[in-house]
Design a protein around this ligand. Structure first.
Ligand SMILES: [Zn+2]
Length: 406
């Protein structure tokens, strides 16, 4: 299976300039592709093949005065940029023809210089060294090996994020590390104050990085709003805001990574309630808190890590009344207001912690433990994640993005 390994790199200021030039060229080639195909469609034509586009937008373009500077950078990332463009188009076509599951995919859009910048090198375009990585036509860039590469990578993507930090992301072929089946299973109830309550009674507090950095973020944003647009100070203030944002994201991702790894290591079966996160985020009162928690990311991580370590991941229907039913006897005591944290079952007399009871019910609904009246069977919906499969590209991309700060 293919996995990403990400590292921080520190280019010199000269290398930064060369990278900026490379990012620019990759973007131009990509955008030329978008413009050309849009034009062809307007005229009722068919999209040229990948090799035709490569010839037209790289080889031939280099000979024109307008695009002459393309020959100053390595050709490999330019070809990769067009490959990405073709995949984006393929995804769009497949989505139109119903060959692709999930949300409708839109045709590729123009890339902006304001978003994350990236360029991908394949074999022959980069060489891994002890303290440095050699990139074609860029030179040897200092790299921080925060963990060991298990195998020689097949590609290396240079990324510059909006806080002007540089990373390199390698794709490495690895053999999934199947963990031995320990027979443990867990139900997880997600909440706001307590991020996760496990069916074994464990409670994990939320990290809420946004709340932690809120004052700093506000101050930076206020500072930015006072700057003259397009000025040097405006640029500096914008970077400061981006830096706080990236700090918030890093803290959150770190927390979610650690928690999901712990849960996967300790359990063979993991049952989670299907939360309609996108609908909840639309609720303005809740949205900020929920986005800050990262429920959606947490689920994606559990899903991907289950595949990686050979665990079973089950998502149960969100309409199962997990907080109303007694996990001891199965009696439905009716709806309980959110402020009721503890309640006593009027049927069997057991005192319940609201969240622990819910997590136990989630586990039952997953079909992996039984209550007295044996509810739960036949109610499981299993999520399968085919890593590398076309249909999961969308999810893979999200995961790829997430693994940046692991
Ligand atoms: Zn009961």
């Amino acid at each position: 299976m293919k996995q990403r390994y990400n590292y921080r790199i520190h280019p010199t200021s000269q290398q930064e300039q060369l990278l900026a030039q490379l990012f620019g060229c990759c973007r131009v080639v990509y955008n030329d592709g978008v413009a050309l195909c849009q034009q062809i469609y307007k005229e009722g034509g068919k999209k040229p093949s990948n090799s035709e586009l490569q010839k037209l937008l790289i080889t031939q373009a280099k000979k024109t005065e307008k695009r002459e500077w393309l020959s100053k950078v390595s050709a490999i990332p330019l070809q990769q940029s067009l490959n990405d463009f073709n995949i984006a188009y393929q995804n769009f076509f497949n989505s139109c023809q119903g060959k692709r599951k999930g949300k409708k995919v839109k045709p590729p859009k123009f890339k902006s210089r304001k978003s994350n910048q990236s360029a991908r090198f394949t074999r022959g375009g980069f060489k891994v060294g002890q303290h440095k990585i050699k990139l074609a036509k860029i030179g040897k860039v200092k790299i921080i090996w925060s963990r060991k590469l298990p195998n020689p990578p097949s590609s290396a993507t240079v990324i510059k994020d909006s806080a002007s930090r540089y990373f390199i992301s390698f794709v490495v072929e690895t053999i999934p590390e199947k963990l031995p089946d320990n027979g443990q299973s867990v139900g997880i109830d997600l909440g706001i104050e307590t991020f996760a309550t496990l069916s074994n009674g464990q409670k994990i507090k939320s990290s809420k990085p946004l709340k932690k950095y809120q004052r700093k973020l506000r101050r930076c944003q206020r500072n930015l709003s006072r700057k003259k647009k397009g000025s040097k100070r405006d640029e500096k203030a914008r970077k400061r805001v981006a830096k706080v944002h990236s700090k918030i994201k890093d803290t959150r991702t770190d927390f979610l990574h650690k928690l999901s790894t712990d849960i996967i290591r300790e359990n063979q079966t993991i049952v989670l309630e299907d939360l309609n996160v996108s609908a909840m985020v639309k609720n303005r009162k809740l949205s900020k808190a929920i986005s800050d928690l990262g429920w959606g990311t947490f689920r994606t991580l559990l899903e991907a890590k289950s595949v990686m370590y050979g665990r079973e991941f089950i998502v149960i229907d969100r309409w199962i009344p997990t907080s109303q039913v007694c996990s001891n006897c199965g009696f439905n005591g009716g709806k309980k207001e959110l402020n009721i944290r503890e309640w006593t079952c009027i049927n069997c007399g057991v005192v319940h912690d609201r969240d622990i009871n819910a997590s136990k019910n989630i586990l039952v609904a997953g079909g992996h433990s039984e209550t007295l009246n044996g509810r739960g069977a036949g109610r499981k919906t299993s999520i399968k994640l085919a890593v590398g499969d076309e249909a999961s590209t969308h999810r893979e991309i999200r995961f790829k993005h997430l693994s940046l700060f692991q």
